[in-house]
Design a protein around this ligand. Structure first.
Ligand SMILES: C[S@@+](CC[C@H](N)C(=O)[O-])C[C@H]1O[C@@H](n2cnc3c(N)ncnc32)[C@H](O)[C@@H]1O
Length: 246
């Protein structure tokens, strides 16, 4: 008797679940049906994602996929494995509220040199959905770990000054997160002569988003030949990519 009641309850629960699934599928709009106002932007996103996928697919067989948080952990831990205790530099471009800065610096027993204007972008993020000035904190500095050494101001000014003061630096780790093309290209061109063999560069927006071709990816491929670096890790839930300098 008890067994039959259990069977009936399970049957009823299963039927309710099936009806709910049919109802949800019927009522939720297909992702391919756009309202006219969103059509161009949404279609652009779809096409960009497809083109990014087709471009990067050949590299997927030699790299790993991780979610964003684990990818960041992988990036800094891989850099630390290659660090033989010399005075190597760990750098971040783009601090904002300090989320990534505090994460990376928490893994280090040395300084993280972090750059930001705290005034947002100095140019439009073309191909994407942000304008010059977005991400501004009106120069308010976030709360950061003690081993974060800040370079405040436009990177076009602070980085050349920093290089002048540290002409012998050997860079072992870089987090690239100032997003826009001109700024990213400026950073990569300036740090390239100081990169250590096997240095890790973690890009926050390199692939898998609208505008990928005209942002950090363009800056990377215009600054480095394909044989100068290896794709090590791709985000499986975002736009992040880790490369190793050969
Ligand atoms: C996307 S946010 C960084 C987010 C941060 N890395 C994180 O994950 O928490 C980009 C930051 O780059 C800074 N930035 C963009 N272009 C810059 C430039 N040319 N010079 C200095 N800072 C810049 C902005 O002020 C902003 O705080």
């Amino acid at each position: 008797m008890k067994k039959n009641i259990k069977k009936i309850i399970l049957f009823l629960l299963d039927t309710i679940r099936k009806i709910r699934t049919i109802y949800r599928n019927y009522t939720s709009p297909s992702p391919l049906v756009y309202s006219p106002g969103h059509y161009a932007y949404k279609r652009f996103i779809d096409e960009e994602l497809n083109e990014s996928y087709l471009y990067f697919k050949k590299y997927f067989y030699e790299a790993i996929f991780l979610p964003k948080e684990r990818l960041r952990k992988y990036a800094i831990e891989t850099a630390l494995k290659n660090d033989k205790g010399e005075n190597k530099y760990y750098m971040e471009f783009g601090v904002y509220t300090g989320e990534s800065t505090n994460f990376f610096s928490s893994k280090l027993n040395k300084n993280l040199n972090a750059f930001d204007s705290f005034e947002g972008f100095n140019e439009d993020w073309v191909g994407h959905a942000h304008a010059s000035g977005d991400f501004s904190l009106n120069k308010k500095i976030p709360k950061l770990n003690k081993n974060v050494s800040l370079e405040i101001g436009w990177v076009q000014e602070t980085l050349p000054n920093f290089i002048k003061l540290n002409p012998d630096m050997k860079i072992n780790f870089v987090h690239m997160d100032m997003d826009t093309y001109n700024t990213s290209k400026f950073i990569l061109e300036n740090i390239k002569p100081y990169l250590e063999h096997k240095a890790i560069i973690c890009f926050d927006e390199l692939y898998n988003f609208e505008g990928w071709k005209v942002g950090e990816f363009k800056a990377l491929t215009e600054t480095f030949n394909e044989n100068e670096f290896t794709y090590k890790c791709f985000s499986n839930d975002g736009a992040q990519v880790v490369i190793e300098y050969n």
